[in-house]
Design a protein around this ligand. Sequence first.
Ligand code: PMP
Length: 292
Amino acid sequence: MASYYNENTVLFLNGEFVKAVDAKMDLYSQSLHYGYSVFEGIRSYKTDDGATKIFKATEHFDRFKISAEAINLPYTYNTQSLIESTYQLLALNNLGDAYIRPVVYAPANMSFTQNTESFVFIQAWEMGPFLGDKRIRVMTSSFQRPNPKGFKIHAKAAGHYVNSIMASQEAKAAGYDEALLLDMHDHVAEAPGANVFFEKDGTLYTPSLGNILPGITRATVIELCALHGIPVVETSFGIDAIKGADAAFFCGTAAEVIGLESIDDVPFIKNWDDTASKKIQSAYQKLVRTNS
Ligand code: PMP
């Protein structure tokens, strides 16, 4: 198992910095029993000028609030002060390239009732830079993404991730690197922890919002497409539209922009280095390390 902390690691817990080994949470929490909590996944980067920058910090902590409110978790925190606490946390742990994980969780409550209080923690651990041009083999999952009529799918709620875990484990057990999930209409939705784009004749296509997590990397990719004059279309499409396209990639805070080699063993046609997707991958890498 990976090691996320040691005896010196500090985390942020309800307004205080405490040692990870001393931090406690209530095992009677409604969050633990029912997956009723929300979280974020954020990266910080050491930028070109040696500073540490939390990439899209405001967007992530704003989504944190939206997620909590979407599932009725009381949210009394403020984006700016959480960002400041996160910078302090990075400094205390001497972190530059890091993954940051804030969580809002519920108190002890074995019923399904709404709570009058909630709690927050933020953890961070080292996460190295992107490892280049590895391309992954993907399988269409037998699991669908959660139905938006059953879940607040735009919320990054912990319970949704049982679906992600099942899909990812299924793909790996079948010898693939990752899964791609469809929605309840058999439209392509997203990966267990990333959004998806494919490329055809120089245009990028990605599923519309509605049945997917509104990824911050997805939004960044769309911005980068505008900057680089690459047309991008948000629409619905089935798995056959993406299979055998020129190229495709997953994008997410942790995954960054990662090219796909194949879906269900059907390879993408174009040489990765000749694609618009590759241009976006390079532009993203540049952007995260620019201190603007
Ligand atoms: N979809 C899912 C299901 C995810 O878990 C993630 C990772 N947060 C994403 C998409 C990508 O979102 P972001 O770019 O904001 O990290």
